[in-house]
Write a new protein. Structure first.
Length: 321
């Protein structure tokens, strides 16, 4: 009897695609693939695992080649060099065809046993379920900055989740097909999804200490994370209306500067003061210049974005008729 379409690994759309970006994780891959296979069997659903080898320099790819040879669920994409986790995810998303898509780290810190729960948490009400490593097994040097990062990101974006950068997430296919994850923006996937109008929630997940190898990010992650937050705020919130951002502050600065200098000029004309010993005059002067600059930057921004106005920036849920 031919295998039923639903269970066949060759069926066009598996129930779930598991996307795993990895960089030098040779020791973990076999165990990870075995655990995913076990969980998927328990779920009784079709699946595919998409490993994206982000230019590993260890034996990761050899291990993947072997896994692929023995298991038709395993797909492997290999980068020529290390392009970063965002690039790896982005390519994995392109390749994924499952109804649901799971992302998880390759280092066994994320537990495949969480997969059914994450998909269940989506129910009918959500499009993205982000893992929340409530009890983290990482050194303090990582958890502390991470808390701060999550707090600031939550406050600035207004999205009430605790762990933006958790590698373990579940998505409906439509979410990953409509997001563009470039640069280092994988940290902000929930933000990008939320702003595209998808419904985002979180679920507490198990987290394990790193068993093999070491973390691929140093302190730089912290600073880069914040610069990226700026990028995200800018490109998603203000990209379409740069003058609103720069214009308001430009005008405020200009008006305050003009009032200060206007007042000092009147005093000077009335002969009450001499401008040379009023440092405040320079402050006003500076504010006026900054104000003009900001408005000009905003206008330049408008001119630049004008060219891209026609591009699709919204995300359509459905159309009838
Ligand atoms: N990773 C990647 N490309 C990189 C850095 C990391 O694909 O340039 C992968 C890495 O192999 C792991 C996941 O991204 O599967 C998370 O990385 P890591 O465990 O080092 O981060 P941490 O858990 O310390 O946040
Ligand atoms: Mg890790």
């Amino acid at each position: 009897m031919p295998p039923s379409r639903k269970d066949s690994p060759r069926s066009k759309t598996p129930f779930v695609s598991i996307v795993v970006p990895l960089y030098n994780e040779e020791e973990s891959l076999r165990e990870l693939a075995a655990e995913i296979a076990e969980v998927s069997k328990e779920m009784g659903k079709s699946y595919e695992i998409i490993f994206v080898d982000d230019g590993s320099t260890d034996r990761s790819f050899e291990v993947l080649r072997e896994l692929h040879a023995h298991d038709s669920h395993v797909k492997v994409i290999r980068f020529r060099r290390n392009f970063g986790k965002s690039a790896a995810l982005s390519v994995g998303f392109k390749e994924a065809s499952g109804e649901y898509v799971i992302t998880m780290d390759a280092d066994l810190q994320d537990d495949p046993k969480e997969i059914p729960g994450l998909i269940a948490a989506m129910g009918d009400s959500y499009d993205l379920v982000s893992g929340w490593k409530q009890k983290r097994h990482d050194p303090l040097s990582k958890t502390l900055p991470s808390r701060f990062f999550n707090y600031v990101t939550g406050r600035m974006t207004g999205i009430p989740i605790h762990d933006f950068n958790c590698g373990l997430k579940a998505y409906r296919r439509v979410v990953i097909k409509s997001l563009s994850v470039h640069g280092e923006l994988h940290r902000f996937i929930p933000v990008l999804a939320h702003w595209a109008g998808f419904r985002v929630t979180e679920k507490v997940v198990q987290h394990h200490p790193r068993k093999f190898g070491k973390t691929k990010y140093g302190v730089s992650r912290f600073f880069n994370g914040f610069l990226d937050l700026l990028t995200v705020l800018f490109t998603t919130r203000y990209l379409r209306r740069p003058l609103h951002l720069f214009g308001v502050w430009g005008i405020v600065s200009f008006v305050i500067g003009a009032m200060i200098d206007g007042y000092l000029s009147v005093e000077r004309v009335l002969g009450l003061t001499s401008l040379s010993d009023r440092p405040l005059f320079l402050v006003g002067f500076l504010l006026i210049i900054i104000g003009v600059q900001f408005v000009s930057i905003g206008l330049l921004g408008e001119m630049i974005t004008r060219q891209e106005r026609d591009e699709e920036v919204y995300s359509i849920r459905e159309t009838l008729g």
